[in-house]
Design a protein around this ligand. Structure first.
Ligand SMILES: [Zn+2]
Length: 179
């Protein structure tokens, strides 16, 4: 993996021209941008060329794409691991367990929380919930030979609730229904 990264880095790191991802025109390198990269396998500094297409007004780092780098310093393997742990326990504990098991320190107290929020922003319910065909297939599977339709339950956790006024409590609603 490391050898491959080095090879890709060498190839892309020395390129003075690159094809624009929008119009595919070859554009000249503008500058070198340093980037800090942190992965479960360790951290390193990367100098990668930056290209800008004037026609499309788009800037891009081809090396980031080739290495499938996240925009953030902490790469997807770290983001996924902390997200999986943080889904099971409070953030403080999650971050402690992460450091104990990986030997890596997280950048701050809020990393676990911010990370899950970022994931939450893109994983809308319509993305997480399987589509109609998939659900029907699952119903068929669950039903088996029985005539009764199975119950479909959808739960959504992680709601933000403002601190409730005295004497009241923040309430959650869970809906489940059968056809
Ligand atoms: Zn372009």
């Amino acid at each position: 993996m490391k050898a491959l990264t080095l090879e890709v880095t060498r190839q892309y790191g020395e390129a003075t021209h690159a094809a624009c991802p929008c119009c595919h025109k070859r554009v000249q390198m503008m500058r070198i941008d340093p980037k800090k990269v942190s992965t479960l396998n360790g951290a390193f500094d990367l100098d990668r060329p930056y290209f800008y297409c004037k026609s499309c007004k788009t800037g891009f780092h081809p090396l980031d794409e080739a290495l499938e780098l996240a925009q953030e310093v902490h790469q997807y393997d770290m983001q996924e691991t902390i997200a999986r742990i943080a889904a099971k326990m409070p953030y403080d504990e999650a971050s402690e367990l992460f450091t104990q098991t990986t030997g890596l320190k997280l950048p701050g107290k809020h990393f676990g929380h911010d990370n899950l929020n970022r994931i939450g922003e893109v994983t809308k319910l319509e993305i997480v919930i399987p589509d109609k065909d998939e659900i029907e297939q699952r119903i068929d599977q669950a039903k088996g030979d029985s005539d009764e339709l199975p119950v479909l339950a959808v739960a959504c956790d992680g709601a933000h609730a403002p601190p409730a006024p005295k004497g009241e409590e923040a309430k959650g609603v869970r809906e489940s229904g059968a056809k």
